[in-house]
Design a protein around this ligand. Sequence first.
Ligand SMILES: [Zn+2]
Length: 247
Amino acid sequence: MALNEPVPTNDGLDDVTYWVTATTLFMLSALHLRRVAFPSCFCRFCNGEKLLYMNFTDAWRHDETTETLWTTPETDVAILAPHAGDIEFNTEFAAGQLHKLLRKEGYQPTTWMYHGFGENAFDEYHVSSNYLEFTQFNELSRLQDRRFRFGISFHIHEEGYVGVGGRIDEAVRSEVADRLTERLPNSKEVRYRHGEMKNKGRKESNIVNRITESGDDGLQIEMTPKTSYNYWKRVARSVRDVYVGLL
Ligand SMILES: [Zn+2]
């Protein structure tokens, strides 16, 4: 099998393509990316070792992917970074920071992050939030039958403003936007009205909405790259300030 080439199969599923990267056999089915097997890795680090599970630093070193799931049974809020690693850089740190800040306030969030690494991480590992399936990911599939009062996701976009989207009430989005405006440098524009944003996070199919009990209580933060590089802690604090009042 050649690297990064589709692999012919005779499993009868004609919409499915398999391909092989240096370490992993992936299956691509329409928009559904799924790891189906972990062949041996023959890179200079692993020397033929079978890679059954990669932690964050292994995945980082090999330009591969991994997931993080921090959960407890008594959780009201799900925090998501579906495009972390090099896909949308630093988004896992904003998510993880919010997790820790809410823990400090006595809450028990559940946090899921998907980290994909490498120069082409966005092209290789980005699955749109509107098409992301619980069953595509080992750890996320553990949340398949759970729904949370609130969902909060962190992203990066290239639109030049910080967007506060999702299906949650505009009153909540406006409050988060106010906190962000207070904390971020004056040059950062913050938008929260759906009509003024490109990535609105408003679709029912968006994982941040779908993971909530009502289906309407997702908050989707779209940072600019610079905001994510420099101010991810301030972004997490701004969200924390509003959600401690809601939870
Ligand atoms: Zn994203």
